[in-house]
Structure formats: structure tokens, C-alpha cells
Ligand binder design. Structure first.
Ligand code: SF4
Length: 233
């Protein structure tokens, strides 16, 4: 990000967000909180199991105005604890910093779902964030097999750099791993858990992969995995 915007441009930056969808009330997107969730358009990665494939294209415009999100928060003050910025990959868009700032200054909590694809955004963004749900998808050497983007370690480098930044920031974080049994063995999952603990992660959750929303190709690959190898998170 090119430094902090001047006071007059914060609103414009938030208004520039491409937002693909808005869930007005969620009890699951931030454990223990009642939130609205905004799904920001676009992601540079193409994970095997992604169930948001319809919102990955960065060229598509948003379909929900930022003012719709802030109007919802205003109407639901006292009911909602906060807003979760999800995606897609919400850190892709520069306007996410101004959006988080606006929500925080309005007195709501701000949650962030990210896979850590843009660590350079985090120093500007994390001061306005109260909780992060961070996807760490695999041990570094297996990252590309899941994200299907970047070089051998590029996506892993970005994700683990984001993890370091979040841990250093002391923002509350839950690290999540969706266990892709077409890539990860039980030993890989155990290795990852140990590596994360060594890095200082105290809350690591394993999630079961779901075929709904994924490509037909992936659903078929998943169907060939023996039942005993499916993680049941
Ligand atoms: S990082 Fe998330 S949104 Fe992007 S492709 Fe992977 S699962 Fe989908």
C-alpha cells in the first residue's frame, strides 16, 4: 500500500471495494460472535477444494455497495458484534484498510478471513482488526499442490509471512487448515500442527473438506479417497 490515505480519501477507498456478497447475520464466521460477513471479490489462488470459485475472478465488479454494508451495521447496532471481511481474498483490495477503519470507528468489531496471500497489506490493516481466521493450508513444500498458483514455495512464503505478521501483532487469531486428503497425508497434517505450535500458534483447527461448491473434477477426486482418510473436523 502506498502509505496511509489523506482524511478525505478514506471514504472513497472503502467505497471502491468490490464486494461479491453480504451475509446479514452469521453465527459461524467468527466463533462466539454475531456478525455480518462481506465477501470481497477476487483471489489470486485456485485451491483444489475452493467452494467460492464464482467470486475468484479479480476482473469482475462488485455487486454489493459498501454503503449497503454500513447501512446494515447501522440498522443492527446492538444486535451485531461486528463485521467479518471475507472472500475471495479480502487483503487483495487496498480499500479493505479504509473499510476496516470505518467499521472499527463506528464501534463494531472487525474480523478478517484470509489465506495470507498479501502480507504487505497486513501492517496497514491489522491495527483495525480484532480477530483473524487465517488459513494455513499445508506444510510449505505442499502448498503449491493445493493453491495451484505461484512457484514452488511462493504461496507458502506469503502465507507463512502473513502468519508471522499476525502473531507479532498480537491480534487474536485462529489458524485453520482444511485438510485436503488428495494432497495431505496424516503425517503431513501432524507435521504442520507441530510446526505451527513451534511458531507460537495456540489455536489451530482442522476442517473437513467439502465437495459442495468445488469443481466436478475435485468432487470426483474426493470421492475416490478412502473414507478412513477423510478428516472429520
Ligand atoms: S485462498 Fe480461499 S478463496 Fe482463494 S482459491 Fe483458495 S480457498 Fe478459494
Amino acid at each position: 500500500m502506498q502509505g496511509a490515505p489523506g482524511p478525505d480519501s478514506w471514504e472513497q477507498r472503502a467505497a471502491s471495494l468490490q464486494i461479491a456478497g453480504l451475509t446479514p447475520l452469521s453465527t459461524v464466521d467468527w466463533p462466539g460472535k454475531l456478525v455480518a460477513t462481506a465477501f470481497l471479490q477476487g483471489c489470486p489462488w485456485r485451491c483444489t477444494y475452493c467452494h467460492n470459485s464464482a467470486i475468484l475472478d479479480v476482473r469482475l465488479p462488485g455487486v454489493v455497495a459498501w454503503s449497503t454494508v454500513t447501512d446494515l451495521l447501522r440498522r443492527r447496532r446492538g444486535l451485531l458484534d461486528g463485521l467479518v471481511l471475507s472472500g475471495g481474498e479480502p487483503t487483495r483490495q487496498a480499500g479493505v484498510v479504509a473499510a476496516a477503519r470505518e467499521v472499527k470507528e463506528a464501534g463494531f468489531l472487525v474480523g478478517l478471513h484470509t489465506a495470507g496471500a498479501y502480507p504487505a497489506r497486513l501492517p496497514d490493516l491489522l491495527p483495525y482488526v480484532d480477530w483473524v481466521g487465517l488459513d494455513i493450508k499445508a506444510p510449505a513444500h505442499l502448498y503449491r499442490a493445493i493453491t495451484r498458483a505461484g512457484g514452488d514455495t511462493t504461496t507458502a512464503d506469503k502465507a507463512f509471512e502473513s502468519l508471522r505478521l499476525v502473531l507479532d501483532s498480537a491480534v487474536d487469531v485462529q489458524v485453520r487448515t482444511t485438510v485436503d486428503p488428495t494432497v495431505l497425508t496424516d503425517a503431513d497434517v501432524a507435521d504442520l500442527g507441530a510446526a505451527l505450535a513451534d511458531l507460537g500458534v495456540r489455536d489451530h483447527v482442522l476442517q473437513q473438506v467439502r465437495p459442495d461448491g468445488a469443481t466436478d473434477e475435485y468432487a470426483q477426486a474426493l470421492a475416490r479417497v478412502p473414507r478412513e482418510r477423510l478428516h472429520r473436523g
